[in-house]
Ligand binder design. Structure first.
Ligand SMILES: [Zn+2]
Length: 135
């Protein structure tokens, strides 16, 4: 019983953090759209369900939350110490899956780019990177 309750609390906490992560994605979409590129969202038929897909260019873009996808060396990726045992295996799995999905996409002939949530703050620099990736 105790376990069941704590699991429910945890998943509630998880969804709260997760919904916060959608803000960088909205920002990124706005920037890419403003640059004149059109894209498909969350294409489930591709490995890892890329966030933005430029089908004709065969390019796939991921926007990753620094915590969920464990951005290496990023201050936003730190694990809460009290929950280390709970989070650690999950996040390691996420990061491994990301690498695997990128590999699969490359094998299928797709170029991929990962933008981290913490990188959204510098819009000019980001636009420059996107331009290079998409042209
Ligand atoms: Zn980061």
């Amino acid at each position: 019983m105790v376990d069941r309750i704590s699991a429910e609390t945890r998943s509630r906490n998880m969804s709260r953090i997760r919904s916060k992560d959608t803000k960088p994605e909205m920002q990124l979409r706005r920037i890419v759209y403003g640059m004149g590129y059109r894209y498909q969202l969350h294409v489930k038929s591709l490995p890892g369900c890329p966030d933005l897909v430029f089908a004709r260019r065969r390019k796939a873009l991921f926007i990753h939350g620094c915590f969920w996808h464990q951005h290496e060396g990023c201050k936003d990726s730190h694990l809460p110490k009290s929950r280390l045992a709970y989070w650690s295996p999950k996040l390691v799995r996420n990061a491994k899956r990301d690498i695997e999905n990128e590999r699969k996409l490359r094998e299928l002939g797709w170029d991929t780019l990962t933008i981290w949530a913490c990188e959204i703050t510098d819009e000019n620099r980001l636009a420059h990177r996107l331009q290079e990736f998409l042209m």
